[in-house]
Write a protein that binds this ligand. Structure first.
Ligand code: ADP
Ligand code: MG
Length: 222
């Protein structure tokens, strides 16, 4: 591998971010029924449909985009999700992408994002979810997948592929760990103790978004 290829491997380009959105849409579509079933158990059975609609709109947005900067692309994905996903998760995922984009303003350039810059951006996005949802980890929400994912990414500051792979694994573990939790935020909290015993649908969709990012990074040839 040449020096240039090695450097590129440690960075996430705008094209990679576009590929992330596309792969996310594929995985969400494949698993939409599963997400809806999870939401049927502790919510109102719309999470799969909500996410599928939102990601399809996001794919249209990036396809039409001609984006040259990560921040512009992510912010546009955010506004698209806010206006198309609906439910509680629309504003939350929308805020995530908007805040991540804002945090990365001016950082992306043509070089792309390295693991640390990506982690800084995602941290701002996850902070946006926590602020908007007035939630913290342990309340049986998507934050229970995002928080461990971010932590895992931070353990590989110099290795993007290892960090993203670890983040995807941590998100899946975080998703599974929501099963015994009692929800104290969102619609599932109306069920109180009866929310225990079911995986949180938002944590499941978050795990899919991180699996999509891992797929994109792992599949790159440079
Ligand atoms: P709704 O609950 O309005 O039907 P969705 O079904 O699309 O919306 O999304 C539900 C998911 O949103 C939950 O599984 C949870 O992960 C997430 N969620 C709901 N409320 C909050 C909150 N206050 N903070 C963080 N995440 C939340
Ligand atoms: Mg719902």
């Amino acid at each position: 591998m040449t020096q240039d290829a090695g450097t590129a491997r440690q960075r996430l380009s705008v094209a990679d971010l576009e590929a992330w959105v596309r792969r996310s849409a594929e995985l969400i579509t494949e698993h939409a029924e599963e997400l809806t079933d999870l939401d049927a158990a502790i919510g109102d059975a719309d999470h799969g449909a909500n996410m599928k609609r939102g990601l399809a709109a996001a794919v249209d947005t990036v396809g039409a985009g001609g984006f040259t900067a990560a921040d512009a692309l992510l912010k546009k994905v955010g506004t698209t999700l806010v206006s198309t996903v609906g439910g509680a998760s629309g504003p939350l995922y929308g805020t995530f992408f908007l805040r991540t984009g804002s945090a990365l303003a001016g950082q992306a350039g043509s070089d792309g994002l390295d693991a640390q810059t990506l982690a800084d951006g995602l941290e701002a996005g996850v902070g946006g979810i926590a602020a908007r949802g007035r939630a913290t980890a342990g309340e049986k929400t998507m934050l229970d997948a995002w928080s461990p994912a971010l932590e895992a990414l931070r353990t590989h500051p110099d290795d993007l592929a290892a960090g993203v792979a670890a983040a995807a694994r941590a998100a899946a573990e975080g998703r599974d760990a929501t099963k015994p939790m009692v929800a104290t935020k969102g619609r599932a909290s109306y069920l109180g103790e009866r929310s225990a015993g079911h995986i949180d649908p938002g944590a499941a969709s978050t795990a899919l978004l991180l699996a999509a990012l891992d797929d994109v990074v792992a599949a790159r040839t440079v």
